[in-house]
Ligand binder design. Structure first.
Ligand SMILES: [Mn+2]
Length: 413
């Protein structure tokens, strides 16, 4: 039996509407260490997105390095870390050799077919050298690693080739694992979007080449457990309950606030269906979007503040004015009410009414700087008259490009 803990999507260095999350992230990592010690975890799996951006700030890098040092001193015998789409493979591998000396294995770029065994992490007991388990580590698979493209391929052909390439990668790893004795548990870890996974609306940049990239029910049976990252909502996949997402460690934005955060604890035995135990995190900052007229929002702010008056972290809110003006007087009233309620108000926006959202006559043209880039793109597409199925794909591609530009990523997915 091998006791593992599965976490992912730390997004160290993330900020929300300009607010740093450093303190919460540090507390969440400390909590994780407490869970590790309390349960005498043997192997920790971190399924990608260690950092929020490819070039994280200095304090986020320090948090990562310091944490690896703490893990090295903990009861954990092995750590396996893979790169997610937010991570710069080179950046998270900076300490690969040093970490490797402490049984912390970082896999950032998938090994080429002829060196596939590099991505099979053998968990040898540090004392007895007994082989206790194997981890097939699959970092975020960029298009170019799994698919050879040709110019005359249609978009559909490319998507199919990509999915086939990703499955082939997992299949090859499982096949290589057949060399190990049958009683050695094997788990896989990856960072991608599996069919059937429920992502919250609007989580951007989740596809590789626009599609759900993995069919969990078709993964090789040699994998006793599959620890995934990428989707921020924790879940077991329907029809393949040994395939799970741990979700992000803290709620990364207002839309994730209603999801519980935590980690999966799992005692792994070869050939036995796993029954991962969910451990909810106790490190929580309450985030809430409050909408209505300014009067309604003020009431909601008070109730929200009272509910969380004892919380470790000041609750954060975003106010969305509906059917009301967003003049300076109302904004000041909202700010004051938030302050009195012990709530930090990060943003005040106003929802456009249906009448305002209809296309404008030329004489009412808005200034370009009043529109978001998404709005400009949507209107341009509407002008051109693009079929709806093509539009969906275009939207995804556009969001990927905008997201990468905003997060400073140079490699698009
Ligand atoms: Mn992520």
């Amino acid at each position: 039996m091998l006791r593992i803990l599965h976490t992912a999507d730390w997004h160290l260095g993330q900020t929300l509407l300009g607010q740093p999350r450093h303190e919460e992230q540090q507390r969440a990592l400390d909590w994780l260490l407490e869970i590790i010690e309390a349960n005498q975890v043997e192997a920790l799996i971190v399924a990608g997105d260690i950092f929020d951006v490819a070039s994280p700030a200095e304090d986020a890098r320090k948090m990562y390095n310091d944490y690896l040092a703490k893990l090295a001193k903990s009861c954990v015998k092995w750590v396996v870390i893979i790169a997610g789409n937010h991570d710069s493979p080179r950046m998270i591998s900076n300490v690969k050799a040093l970490a490797g000396a402490f049984n912390i294995h970082i896999v950032a770029i998938p090994a080429p077919a002829e060196k596939l065994s590099d991505d099979l992490i053998e968990l040898h007991d540090p004392t007895s050298d007994e082989l206790r388990g194997v981890v097939a580590a699959v970092p975020f698979l960029q298009d170019r690693y799994v698919r050879s493209s040709s110019r005359d391929q249609t978009l559909e052909d490319k998507e199919l080739a990509l999915t086939a390439g990703i499955h082939a990668h997992f299949d090859r790893l499982a096949e290589a694992c057949n060399a190990y004795p049958k009683d050695v548990p094997v788990l896989a870890t990856g960072h991608l979007y599996a069919t059937g996974a429920k992502a919250r609306e609007g989580q951007d940049n989740i596809y590789i080449g626009n599609i759900k990239n993995l069919n969990a029910t078709q993964l090789p049976s040699r994998f006793d457990y599959v620890a995934l990252g990428h989707i921020h909502r924790p879940q077991k996949l329907p029809g393949a309950e040994h395939v799970t997402y741990s979700g992000s460690l803290i709620a990364l934005d207002f839309l994730e606030a209603s999801d519980e955060k935590g980690v999966w604890l799992q005692d792994l035995e070869a050939g036995k269906s796993p029954d991962p135990q969910w451990i909810p995190s106790t490190v929580v900052r309450r985030l809430k979007q409050l909408s209505g007229t300014s009067e309604e929002i003020i009431k909601k702010l008070k109730a929200f503040g009272v509910r969380h008056i004892e919380d470790e972290f000041t609750p954060w809110a975003e106010a969305v004015l509906v059917d009301d003006f967003a003049d300076e007087k109302r904004r000041n009233e909202l700010r004051q009410a938030a302050q009195d309620a012990g709530v930090k108000l990060l943003k005040i926006t106003r929802q456009r009414t249906a009448a305002e959202s209809t296309p404008l006559a030329p004489e009412e043209l808005e200034a370009l700087d009043e529109l978001s880039v998404e709005e400009v793109f949507a209107r341009k597409c509407a002008d051109v008259g693009i079929p709806s199925d093509v539009q969906k794909r275009l939207d995804r591609l556009f969001h990927t490009v905008v997201h990468d530009a905003r997060t400073g990523k140079t490699e698009t997915t």
